[in-house]
Design a binder for this molecule. Structure first.
Ligand code: FE2
Length: 277
């Protein structure tokens, strides 16, 4: 079966050794440097204010075109102090790393990735979002079963996720799990930015995902997992002593219609593909 037919059949594709172990290490150490130089004082108030929901919504929306740091749930105590070190308190960084940081920009825009996007049927790919996910040892939380198209909806086609394992991802440290073929069952909900400038879910199908059909996608460092936007997937909490760093890029095609009520909207930073680099 060709890679494309396998992707269409299962809704995901595992490509081992897609990037070198050295490239994974470089990205990882670069991110650790970014965290050590990042000043938590500037955003402490955002995560500890009484107006939690409005302020964090604004921070979240603004991250569409910034490099923003998001903390694990309960990272701060009642007095606004971190319960653990900064390095161990961050859940993810996003969502424009691939445009704003030169190291992430290079990692995200290789000929190999551009060719893969074309092979998957995108004719004019655009890199809409990037996330560095830490899945911290012992405290990295569960991410519930979801479809990426819920959060990045297009009226034609389905957003494609490129999920890079920067460390080995196993059942014990919280690898991805997916429902093979589950992308054929349609989109269950959309996460939209409403007129009040907050977010809400629009539900089309309130049935539950059949979690008994999940299979683990255990992969070695350097592997790339390609995800169809409609594929139901999750990751369980990381209760192991090992982190599970991953870098995720999301792509749409310029010809697909991307509604403005998606949460992620670029206002000043242009959306780019592969060709300008
Ligand atoms: Fe996802």
């Amino acid at each position: 079966m060709s890679r494309l037919s396998e992707f269409k059949e299962n809704g995901f594709l595992v490509l081992e050794d897609f990037v070198s172990k050295e490239a994974c290490d470089e990205l990882r150490s670069h991110m650790l440097k970014m965290i050590s130089s990042f000043d938590i004082e500037g955003i402490r108030a955002i995560f500890t204010t009484n107006e939690q929901s409005r302020v964090t919504d604004d921070y979240f929306f603004a991250s569409s075109e910034k490099i923003s740091f998001f903390f694990e749930e309960n990272a701060f105590d009642k007095t606004g102090q971190l319960c653990q070190s900064k390095e161990l308190s961050i859940n993810k960084v996003g969502h424009a790393l691939h445009d704003l940081d030169p190291v992430f920009k290079n990692f995200s825009r290789t000929n190999k990735l551009a060719n893969l996007a074309l092979e998957l049927g995108l004719t004019s790919p655009l890199l809409i979002q990037s996330m560095y996910i830490f899945k911290q040892p012992f405290i990295g939380g569960e991410v519930n079963c979801h479809q990426d198209s819920t959060f990045l909806y297009t009226e034609m086609g389905n957003v494609i996720g490129f999920w890079f394992a920067l460390e080995d991802a196993t059942k014990s440290n919280g690898c991805l799990w997916a429902i093979p073929g589950g992308h054929k069952l349609g989109l269950k909900s959309r996460f939209i930015r409403n007129e009040k400038n907050t977010t809400e879910f629009q539900v089309f199908d309130d049935s539950k995902f059949d979690l008994s059909k999940l299979v683990p996608l255990e992969v070695e460092k350097g592997s790339l997992i390609v995800l169809d936007g409609l594929l139901p997937h999750l990751s369980y909490a990381n209760e192991s002593p090992n982190s599970r760093h991953a870098y995720v890029l999301h792509l749409i095609d310029d010809s697909w219609h991307y509604p403005k009520n998606n949460w992620l909207v670029r206002k000043t930073l242009p959306l780019e593909g592969f060709s300008n680099y």
